[in-house]
Design a protein around this ligand. Structure first.
Ligand code: CP
Ligand code: NVA
Length: 308
């Protein structure tokens, strides 16, 4: 049996494949807007396993799979035998005999890797503590949609170097853009997780205002990611100065855009006037999760399709 393709990290795809996905996303989005159906996944089933909360990921995959003609089964870990001791390996063996693709949102990246190693069908990472590749696929598509090619541009990440940040760093390396990072003392980038190639695309700054200088894309995320709630009070104190506000946006390029993967904690990592302001692409970014993931689902299940 041929080994299935998985999307567990951003760089599970080559640069050429990512560029294909961006072009295909554009076509899929246009087709939907024109009211034309596109059902390449008729008779196929997507199973989704959630061990953490979700609004966008669940709805974008469920709506998107339906638009492609497929079916969805949405499972929460608590309702599964996984929560009563059935192994990840056995769960993967069983599910992958019944469905055609599985999306997983969980804690450790090793869980999705173990699942994939025992699956006959493609596995998609719908967020782990380490990475959020579907998010960054949509984010970069959104940037390109509004501002053109991202190669050679600077993306600044303000705040916690979390799962979305490390995924952006993989994307920067694959697609040849530059990452600036400013995070508070005590929250440095983990050198053990950064390859030499990624290091060459990353510059770190103590001062968030210095980091924002000249950036084409300003992005941030909650101070406390899911799974780290015990650190919430400490983080709220430590991250006070790492807020994207109009003064910080003014340091970026004059045509800079703002993005946030959402959910946002307004008044913490971002102010209302930025997220609701003219430079914000947050809502297009959220919508594009669905279009980009439709292109990804089609790619994993059907392969590359010639886009007219
Ligand atoms: N951005 C994102 O993944 O949102 P959800 O947690 O709502 O799925
Ligand atoms: N970094 C956030 C992203 C949520 C979509 C988290 O992991 O909670």
């Amino acid at each position: 049996m041929a080994m299935p393709r998985h999307f567990l990290q951003f760089n599970d795809c080559s640069r050429t494949e990512i560029e294909y996905l961006f072009a295909r996303t554009r076509w899929i989005k246009d087709r939907l807007r024109q009211g034309q159906s596109h059902h390449p996944l008729q008779g196929k089933t997507l199973a989704m396993i959630f061990e953490k909360s979700s609004t966008r990921t669940r709805v974008s995959f469920e709506a998107g799979m339906g638009q492609l003609g497929g079916n969805v089964i949405c499972l929460s870990k608590n309702d599964m035998q996984l929560s009563r001791g059935e192994t990840v390996e056995d769960t993967a063996r069983v599910l992958s005999r019944m469905v055609d693709v599985v999306m997983i949102r969980t804690f450790a990246q090793t869980m999705v890797e173990t699942f994939a190693a025992h699956s006959r069908v493609p596995i998609i990472n719908g967020l782990t503590n380490e990475y959020h590749p579907c998010q960054v696929l949509a984010d970069i598509y959104t940037f390109i949609e509004h501002r053109g090619p991202i190669a050679g541009k600077t993306v600044v990440w303000i705040g916690d170097p979390n799962n979305v940040f490390y995924t952006f760093l993989q994307a920067a390396t694959l697609l040849n853009f530059k990452m600036h990072l400013s995070s508070p003392p005590g929250y440095p980038v983990d050198d053990a997780r950064v390859t030499a190639a990624e290091r060459a695309h990353l510059e770190t700054f103590a001062d968030p205002y210095d980091a924002a200088h000249g950036a084409a894309l300003v992005t941030t995320d909650v101070w406390t990611s899911m799974g780290f709630e015990a650190e919430n009070d400490q983080r709220r104190r430590d991250f006070q100065q790492w807020q994207v506000n109009t003064a910080l946006m003014a340091r970026a390029a004059s045509d800079a855009v703002f993005m946030h993967c959402l959910p946002a904690h307004r008044g913490e990592e971002v102010t209302d006037d930025v997220i609701d302001g003219p430079q914000s692409l947050a809502w297009d970014e959220a919508e594009n999760r669905m279009h980009a993931q439709k292109a990804l689902l089609e790619f994993l299940l059907v392969g590359e399709v010639k886009t007219p």
